[in-house]
Write a new protein. Structure first.
Length: 194
């Protein structure tokens, strides 16, 4: 990735309403979910950011090299608005967007995907895994130049990642059965039992 800069942006600003508690602080195999995701991100990117309204909650559970970015939008606006917040504050060609609740994330798979970014056409705004159920936007890569398209979509009231991705040039990342597991996320207490 000699000519391509990639920063990781981890979202930790959601309400966690289905979980009933802060997902970022839930332990999975002995570590908070946010800690696990930050560790994987730092293996892949030299700049790692956590977008949150509550940096004081998380300072003790992430390494010192992780930087916190403030959310400028009201809580509950969703991950598409959060990505827009992050892109306005991060100076990198690509942003690796990650949810804070991906306990099975693997750096080797992310690094393999990252190595493909240099071959992506300039017109492509996002490189995102795709499954039968649709895009997996909270483990994907977004060009900084996507900001204009994002802002226009949000200004018109758009909040759906799936709808936005259907309107812009996206390069799909194909998933084999072995790599699909990294997209498992924890939304409910039942998910923690899996």
């Amino acid at each position: 990735m000699s000519n391509t800069t990639i920063a990781a942006l981890i979202l930790a600003g959601g309400k966690s309403s289905r979980m009933g508690q802060d997902k970022a602080q839930i332990h999975w195999e002995g570590k908070p979910l946010l800690t696990r995701v930050c560790e994987v991100a730092t293996e892949c990117c030299s700049s790692v950011y956590v977008l949150t309204s509550w940096p004081e909650r998380y300072q003790e559970i992430v390494s010192e090299q992780v930087q916190f970015l403030p959310e400028s939008s009201p809580i509950g606006q969703g991950p598409l608005v959060a990505l827009t917040d992050g892109l306005t504050q991060i100076d990198a060609e690509w942003v690796l967007l990650l949810a804070c609740d991906l306990p099975q994330l693997q750096p080797e798979i992310l690094q393999r995907w990252m190595s493909q970014l240099t071959d992506v056409s300039e017109s492509i705004l996002a490189v995102v895994p795709c499954q039968d159920s649709g895009w997996e936007p909270l483990c994907g890569f977004y060009r900084r130049t996507a900001l204009t398209a994002l802002q226009g979509f949000i200004t018109q009231g758009g909040r759906s990642f799936q709808a936005w991705l259907s309107q812009v040039p996206v390069h799909p990342l194909t998933l084999e059965a072995t790599t699909a597991a990294i997209l498992f996320n924890c939304n409910t207490p039942a998910d923690l039992q899996q």
